[in-house]
Structure formats: structure tokens, C-alpha cells
Design a protein around this ligand. Structure first.
Ligand code: B12
Ligand code: SF4
Ligand code: SF4
Length: 228
């Protein structure tokens, strides 16, 4: 059993790089979880992520020491940092970019009681749309965690839904995310506002604005998303 104190020690180790623990849970016996540090199935998972752009300065300092041509630098940094914490605490680290994709958002909903916004991004009661997952730690023993409380879902009370009214090509709708329409706009002659400052729909949400990523961070993610 992973005691609460060990989770606190893991959180302290992650905080050195601006990362936070995003809750966790024990897998049910009826599930087929991924394997842990040995070949045995994991019994529990702790999610690792960010609130706002807190890891950014840590990432930049690391990046300055890497070759200019490094591919997927944020994923590489995340794997390195979270991998070191996993090794220290007897876990296996996995990444949201690992193939086949692991169900990070489903795990996050179980871990923190979050629900999706109309944009697909999970809505956090404090961070709004400005948070993400950088990895997860899989353990072969169970975790002692306090009873999870359902988080308030701010979108339920948001009547105006400005996040569905700002995109020039209406990429987000009840039918889901029109990935190709978004990409064409971002890469096109009128895409500079999205390229330079991030998704206009995401930025239109009135919640969690204190945690909004600075424009250079949003531009970095947009460059990665649109392959610019
Ligand atoms: C593939 C993918 C995409 C695809 C979606 C294609 C599709 N229709 O599935 C594309 C490329 C469109 C995409 C875009 C974005 N994504 Co994305 N994506 C993923 C990824 C790597 C895998 C999703 C998956 O298939 N999982 C496997 C299934 C089994 O797991 P799941 O939990 O059930 O998956 C859920 C998602 O697929 C979700 N979903 C389906 N369609 C879309 C579309 C969008 C835009 C989002 C956010 C979610 C989403 O619904 C599923 C049920 O809950 C996840 C990381 C991960 N491993 O989950 C990130 C992830 C979902 N993305 C994320 C984000 C933030 C984005 C962007 C908003 C920003 C960005 N990365 O640049 C952009 C949108 C661009 C914009 N306009 O700004 C975050 C969401 C964080 C949060 N707070 O909830 C994740 C978790 C990555 C992370 N590191 O945190 N993404
Ligand atoms: S604008 Fe309203 S509906 Fe859209 S993500 Fe923000 S709170 Fe949710
Ligand atoms: S990035 Fe731009 S084009 Fe894509 S969904 Fe957001 S506002 Fe629309």
C-alpha cells in the first residue's frame, strides 16, 4: 500500500520542476490495467501534470542545454523528469504521447472528478482550461487516497458559452472537433492570431484566467499541434 506520506514525497520531488500530482486511483479488479515497473499489472496510478504554465521556465532551462534540433522537446523533458521520479519511487512512468494512447482524460476524470468542456479539454474548477497532463506513475501496489469529491463543473452554469463563439471556422461544435478545418485555418493567411496567441475559443473562456498560458507558451503548443 502506498501511504499518503509517500504521495507527499512524490509531489515534493515533482515540484522541483513545476509539476504537480493530479490525483490517482486504484484500478478495479475487473480492469486490464497497463503493467507496472515489473511485468505485473499495475494496481494504481498517480497522474502528473501542470497547473498553468508552471513547468515552462524549468523546461526552457533544460532546453537551452539540448541540441537545437531536438524532436518533441516537451515530451522528452517530461519523460526525463517524470522517469527520474518514477525510478526513485518504484513506479513505471508513462506519457500521454505513448502509443497506443493511454486514456489520460478518462484517468483524470476518475482521479479528480473533472468533466470535459465543450472543447474536449477537461474543465478544472480552479485552473479552468489551463492545465494538462505530462505523465503518469504506475505502481504495483495500491494507494491510500482520501475519498474523491465530485468537482464543480463550471460549464454547467455557463449559459453564454463564449468558447463556442470565437473560432473563425467554428471548429468546435456539438459534432466534436473539426481537426482539419482548424489546421487549415491555423496554417493559412488569416491564422496569425491562433498561431501567435493560441486558440481563440480556449482563450474566450472566462474561468481560470490567472492560470492562462502566456502567449509564447500557447504559440509553442500551436506550432507543435499544427506542425508549423
Ligand atoms: C490524439 C489527441 C488529440 C487529437 C484528437 C483526435 C481525436 N479526435 O481523438 C488532436 C490532434 C485533434 C488534439 C488536439 C488538441 N489536444 Co489533444 N490529445 C490527444 C491525445 C494524445 C490522445 C487522445 C486519445 O485518443 N486518447 C486515447 C483515449 C482512449 O483516451 P481518452 O481519455 O478516452 O481520450 C479522450 C480524448 O480522446 C477526448 N477527445 C476526443 N477528441 C478530442 C479533441 C480535443 C481537442 C481534446 C482536447 C480531447 C478530445 O475524448 C476521449 C474521451 O474522454 C491526448 C493524450 C492522451 N493520451 O489521452 C491529448 C489530450 C487529450 N489533448 C490535449 C490538448 C490540451 C489538446 C489541445 C487543446 C491543445 C494542444 N495539445 O495543442 C489541441 C486542440 C487544438 C486547438 N484547437 O487548440 C490534452 C487535454 C488536457 C485537458 N486539460 O483535458 C491531452 C490530455 C494531452 C495532455 N498532455 O494533457 N489532441
Ligand atoms: S466558456 Fe463556459 S462552457 Fe466554455 S469552457 Fe468556459 S465555462 Fe465551459
Ligand atoms: S486554434 Fe483557431 S482555428 Fe483552431 S479551433 Fe481554435 S480558434 Fe479555431
Amino acid at each position: 500500500m502506498i501511504a499518503r506520506r509517500r504521495a507527499d514525497e512524490i509531489a515534493a520531488a515533482l515540484s522541483a520542476d513545476g509539476l504537480i500530482l493530479r490525483g490517482g486511483f486504484n484500478f478495479a479488479t475487473s480492469e486490464t490495467p497497463p503493467h507496472g515497473p515489473s511485468a505485473a499489472p499495475a494496481k494504481s496510478v498517480l497522474l502528473v501534470g501542470q497547473a498553468g504554465a508552471a513547468p515552462w521556465p524549468h523546461f526552457l532551462r533544460w532546453r537551452d542545454r539540448q541540441p537545437q534540433t531536438i524532436a518533441n522537446p516537451l515530451d522528452t523533458w517530461s519523460r526525463e523528469v517524470i522517469g527520474a521520479v518514477a525510478e526513485k519511487f518504484g513506479a513505471r512512468a508513462v506519457s500521454p504521447s505513448d502509443r497506443p494512447y493511454l486514456p489520460f482524460q478518462q484517468w483524470a476524470m476518475r482521479a479528480e472528478g473533472l468533466r470535459p468542456s465543450p472543447l474536449g479539454i477537461l474543465m478544472h474548477p480552479q485552473y479552468g482550461l489551463w492545465h494538462a497532463y505530462r505523465g503518469a506513475l504506475l505502481f504495483e501496489d495500491e494507494i491510500a487516497l482520501p475519498e474523491r469529491r465530485e468537482a464543480i463543473h463550471l460549464c454547467d452554469a455557463c449559459v453564454a458559452k463564449p468558447c463556442l463563439k470565437s473560432c473563425p471556422v467554428d471548429a468546435y461544435s456539438a459534432d466534436g472537433f473539426a481537426h482539419q478545418a482548424c489546421l487549415a485555418h491555423v496554417r493559412g493567411s488569416k491564422g496569425e492570431p491562433c498561431r501567435g496567441g493560441g486558440c481563440l475559443d480556449r482563450n474566450a473562456c472566462p474561468y481560470g484566467t490567472a492560470h492562462r498560458y502566456p502567449p509564447e507558451v500557447q504559440a509553442f503548443h500551436m506550432t507543435a499541434f499544427a506542425g508549423l
